[in-house]
Design a protein around this ligand. Structure first.
Ligand code: NAD
Length: 260
């Protein structure tokens, strides 16, 4: 379905982003991976996508807090592939603390990675998509783009910001055959979620099991974690022709969390 298209996926060296990369590669889309991690493991992932799906896959180490490195990632993409069709803004970090104790550098990093980087990537991506007369931009937001939780001020602010940026960008490119959407997952079982468990247990004085059952799955009406594969399948759908009139929307995939 996406043969010969080119996708840049930020934060795709693990978790949800890696899931998007696999799902798009399965549709024969060429991929630019991005994110941090062990160099050998990233190279193994890059090579496995190329060999398993017979596509081209490159890796950009661009730090999403650095606009110059983001620009380099798009230059590399254009040099290698001649253009861009799909952008998925997915890189994200989390920190859990009450506002009065929230480290300023964590606030700055979360706003930079989870929100501002999507502005910088779109600045480069939109002219490339306009030139091709087709484009898909997908932002991984969160249920926290729609509702709040205590102790996640920066994350909730950044994700609410991403929802607004999604809507604005969608309106700006609505006549250019480019759609812009946000996917809003509930809790997905990834390293990011796993990493939150000890912090949350400490700040709320709970056991790790209580954090999983009483906090994370407390909000999901279905009492199920969302899976990476479910998110990736939805991203592939948003890239299809059937989704050409879906734009400027926040799509909850959260087991009914935000219906309550
Ligand atoms: P993850 O930690 O597995 O992935 C995060 C990715 O971002 C990694 O590839 C990491 O290397 C990359 N990254 C971090 N800082 C970066 C930087 N400065 N520059 C470039 N890349 C950077 O976590 P995940 O759960 O897969 O999260 C992916 C996205 O999904 C995030 O935006 C997160 O907020 C969102 N999300 C996750 C959940 C969940 O339950 N896991 C729920 C809702 C939304």
């Amino acid at each position: 379905m996406l043969a010969d298209k080119v996708a840049v996926i930020t934060g795709s060296t693990s978790g949800i982003g890696e899931g998007y990369a696999r799902a798009l590669a399965r549709e024969k889309c060429n991929i630019v991976l991005n994110g941090f991690g062990d160099a050998e493991e990233i190279e193994m992932l890059r090579r496995s996508l190329e060999t398993e799906y017979a596509i081209r896959c490159l890796y950009s180490p661009a730090d999403m807090t650095k606009p110059d490195e983001i620009a380099d990632m798009f230059k590399m993409t254009v040099d290698a592939f001649g253009g861009l069709d799909i952008l998925i803004n997915n890189a994200g970090i989390q920190h859990v603390a009450p506002i009065a104790e929230f480290p300023v550098e964590k606030w700055d990093a979360i706003i930079a990675i989870n929100l501002s980087s999507a502005f910088h990537t779109m600045r480069h991506a939109i002219p490339l998509m306009t030139a091709r007369g087709w484009g898909r931009i997908i932002n991984t937001a969160s249920a926290h783009a729609l509702v709040a939780s205590p102790n996640k001020a920066a994350y909730v602010a950044a994700k609410h910001g991403i929802a607004g940026l999604t809507k604005t960008a969608a309106l700006e490119v609505a006549r250019d055959n480019i759609t812009v959407n946000a996917i809003c997952p509930g809790y997905v079982w990834t390293t990011l979620v796993e990493g939150q468990i000890p912090d949350t247990a400490r700040t709320r004085n709970m056991t790790e099991e209580q954090v999983i059952n009483d906090i994370m799955l407390a909000t999901a009406a279905t009492k199920k974690f969302t899976t990476i594969e479910q998110l990736a399948a939805f991203a592939v759908f948003l890239c299809s022709d059937a989704a050409e009139n879906i734009t400027g929307a926040t799509h909850s995939i959260d087991g009914g969390w935000t219906a309550q």
